[in-house]
Ligand binder design. Structure first.
Ligand code: XMP
Length: 318
């Protein structure tokens, strides 16, 4: 019978046997899957696991330092790499959504490759791939795991992809991953986190990106997400966030006219992200959040709420 405890016990034993005294590299994202994979490996091989957590400059407010601290508190051997400036430099002036994604993917590989070279003698790459990722990479165009699985063709691949791959969650669904995490004592807040896209706030800033726009959106997003938490709404929503629109609109402040940015809030219910319905958040809550945003975030004078479902509207705006 499958139980989280028996899964942890047998997986830890398997990992020990498989890896022996070799070193493993793992990229942490702050998400559930990579965190649970890291904890399993940590239990099996301790300090032979070298985790890398990259700040791409597109994370939520304070996320990099908060999550890094949390990982250290869990005893993980983790290195935080702040590559914000490198990502933002490479993104400067680029407005096309797919090109933005490609740049972020490429720079991530470069940064990760550089970092993995610093772990001398590493032989393994661990990944938090879960069962639905495996299916997806077989049926569709292929996610990162599919790319890495094609490692027979080592020619043009980054060096870290030449490592042997270990994927301890490959046979699990998301809810099973959460139960395994809980049975190892992972923080509830970490296990209950909303999904967050790899390209981060880059696909929530419509058009080109700057450090100022990222900082502005981080403030807006933090007010919205903290508001959801404080009002007991966070766990009722599958995913939520804010979009910075490339639109200025006229407002008034005192006797002055303003011409400032508009932000859109989005909160959806979903089971897998493939379809989604917008959430009927209480008007009083939206009213309070909207006031807070406009009063506290300089440069924003208008807030709208996205009432579109997927399909046809995707969850992210880019
Ligand atoms: P969409 O916008 O396609 O998003 O309805 C569905 C889910 O996927 C996430 N998403 C991404 N995740 N890289 C990611 O890692 C991406 O480029 C990306 N685009 C969308 C999105 O946040 C939602 O959970």
């Amino acid at each position: 019978d499958w139980t989280p405890d028996s899964f942890v016990e047998s997986t830890v034993a398997e990992l020990k046997a498989k890896i022996g005294d070799e070193k493993v590299i793992l990229g942490l994202s702050g998400g559930v899957d990579s965190s649970v994979a890291a904890m399993l490996l940590h239990k099996a091989i301790g300090q032979q696991l070298h985790c890398i957590f990259v700040n791409n400059g597109l994370l939520r407010k304070n996320e990099f330092s908060d999550v890094l601290e949390q990982y250290q508190g869990m005893g993980l051997n983790v290195k935080g790499v702040d590559a914000s400036a490198r990502f933002l430099d490479e993104l400067a002036g680029e407005a096309d959504p797919e090109t933005k994604r490609k740049i972020i993917g490429r720079v991530f590989v470069e940064v990760f490759d550089d970092e993995s070279h610093l772990v001398e003698g590493a032989q393994w790459l661990a990944q938090g791939t879960i069962y639905p990722d495996v299916i997806e990479s077989v049926s569709a165009t292929g996610g990162p795991s599919a790319t890495i699985k094609s490692h027979h063709n080592v020619g043009g691949l980054p060096d870290y992809m030449k490592l042997k791959v270990v994927e301890p969650l490959k046979m699990l669904f998301k809810d099973e991953v959460r139960r395994v995490g809980a049975s190892m004592g992972l923080d509830k807040a970490l296990l209950g986190r909303h999904p967050f896209p790899g390209p981060g706030l880059a696909i929530r800033i419509l058009g080109d990106i700057s450090a100022e726009k990222v900082a502005m959106l981080q403030e807006v997003d933090a007010i919205f997400i903290n508001g959801l938490k404080e009002n007991g709404l966070y766990d009722k929503v599958w995913q939520a966030g804010a979009m910075l629109l490339p639109v200025n609109s006229v407002g008034v402040m005192g006797d002055e006219r303003t011409y400032e940015k508009c932000v859109a809030l989005r909160a959806v219910e979903s089971t897998d992200g493939m379809t989604a319905d917008w959430v009927n958040l209480p008007y009083e809550f939206l009213q309070k959040v909207s006031n807070d945003i406009i009063n506290k975030v300089r440069g924003v004078n208008r807030v709208v709420y996205d009432i579109s479902s997927k399909p046809p509207a995707t969850i992210e705006w880019e």
